[in-house]
Ligand binder design. Structure first.
Ligand SMILES: Cc1cc2nc3c(=O)[nH]c(=O)nc-3n(C[C@H](O)[C@H](O)[C@H](O)COP(=O)(O)OP(=O)(O)OC[C@H]3O[C@@H](n4cnc5c(N)ncnc54)[C@H](O)[C@@H]3O)c2cc1C
Length: 347
């Protein structure tokens, strides 16, 4: 179920292990690729090119791909379990984690914004922000992807002018940010001044992330080309408690009583699994499992013939390539169970 990166690696593994296997992939969208196609930044060419890896397994004669079929709505899991020897949940984890913002105009979800940017043909408008100041809530790689998209001028304002100020409000402490070094390198390439707050709490300079943050904090306001076009503020250590509209401004309040005000807010506070009907989540908001075997969350007993892989199994962490080993682990269990069942039936 699902045709994202985790499904692709799972199909590939299964095909390598059996010449007679038959696989049907059910995907709710009109195209395969999952987040790799919709969310991964166009600037990450090497990663986006991985969508070509789908061609061989998904084009194999042993594989049938059924698009526009939403499992749990168009076909139920009990029906699939009756029709197939094994069912693998590869449905990802792309439901935005709520921060109590509800539906407020000019408060957007990172995934909607990035999907709009990635799918827009050159010259076509994407979801516009209200004015020149935007707050991004959250401080992981997805938050920095949002900052990069805005700072590259890919997200205009409704007046047509640019967003000139982006403030990232994250609960991570400055000494232990949630983004990776490569995401920070990408931010460093943007034509922007960067303020790190509180800079006084920057950690050990032998850590490359801390060193780069310190370098960015000392970056001059002008470059060889002149005054930098945008200002990025990375503000650490804030537990956001509410996001609300106040006239034509949005106010982001923190547990310590601080308020950030902006024209628009983009929430990049992580993702959870949207389980298909009949599947219950376990601890950590993922499908309860042991090494890929789905288990009943209350008893921890495996549910026969049901498996999980990818972000639905591990949570919304890790890149496309991490799904490879994850898929091998799940397929190991699946094959062991099928062979065990065959051996048990042998005379
Ligand atoms: C904004 C963003 C940027 C990222 N950038 C990078 C990057 O630069 N580099 C990198 O390595 N990784 C990146 N990642 C991580 C990468 O996208 C994930 O590792 C990967 O997509 C997880 O694969 P998956 O198959 O588990 O989930 P997904 O890619 O989400 O695939 C799940 C599939 O299941 C389908 N589905 C869901 N429910 C159903 C249902 N009920 N019935 C049928 N189909 C269903 C979905 O439509 C989807 O196609 C990024 C993630 C995000 C959110």
């Amino acid at each position: 179920m699902g045709a994202g990166a985790a499904a692709m690696y799972t199909v590939r593994e299964l095909l390598q292990r059996s010449s007679t296997i038959r696989i049907t992939v059910f995907e709710q969208r009109a195209e395969i690729g999952g987040l790799l196609r919709t969310a991964v930044s166009r600037q990450h060419n090497g990663i986006r090119d991985m969508v070509r890896l789908f061609d061989i397994p998904f084009g194999d004669d042993r594989v049938t791909v059924r698009l526009n079929v939403r499992v749990g709505v168009d076909i139920s899991i009990p029906t699939l379990r009756r029709q197939f020897d094994a069912v693998v949940l590869a449905v990802g984890a792309s439901r935005p984690r709520e921060i109590g913002a509800g539906r407020i105009p000019d408060v957007h979800q990172a995934l909607s914004l990035l999907s709009a940017v990635n799918s827009a043909r050159p010259g076509t408008p994407v979801l516009p922000l209200r004015g020149p100041a935007t707050v991004v809530v959250g401080g992981g790689n997805v938050a920095l992807d949002v900052v990069a998209a805005i700072a590259r001028g890919l997200v205009p304002t409704r007046s047509g002018g640019p967003v000139t100020q982006v403030t990232v409000v994250t609960r991570s402490p400055v000494g232990r940010p949630s983004f990776t070094l490569s995401a920070l390198y990408e931010l460093a390439e943007l034509d922007a001044t960067v303020t790190v707050a509180p800079a006084s709490e920057l950690g050990d300079a032998s850590d490359p992330v801390q060193r780069l943050l310190a370098d960015l904090a000392h970056r001059p306001a002008t470059s060889a080309e002149g005054r930098r076009a945008r200002s990025i503020v990375l503000s650490f250590g804030h537990q956001v408690t509410s996001v609300r509209a106040d006239g034509d401004r949005i106010r982001v309040a923190t547990a310590a009583g601080r308020t950030f005000t902006a024209d628009s807010v983009v929430c990049a506070t992580g993702f959870t699994v949207a389980p298909p009907a009949g599947i219950r989540l376990g601890d950590g908001g993922v499908v309860a499992n042991r090494h890929g075997r789905v288990v009943a969350p209350d008893t921890d007993v495996p549910i026969e013939g049901l498996y999980v892989v990818g972000w639905a199994k591990r949570g919304a962490r890790g890149g496309v390539g991490d799904n490879r080993r994850c898929a091998a682990e799940t397929v190991d269990r699946l094959v062991a169970d099928l062979l065990g069942a065959e051996a048990a039936q042998a005379p």
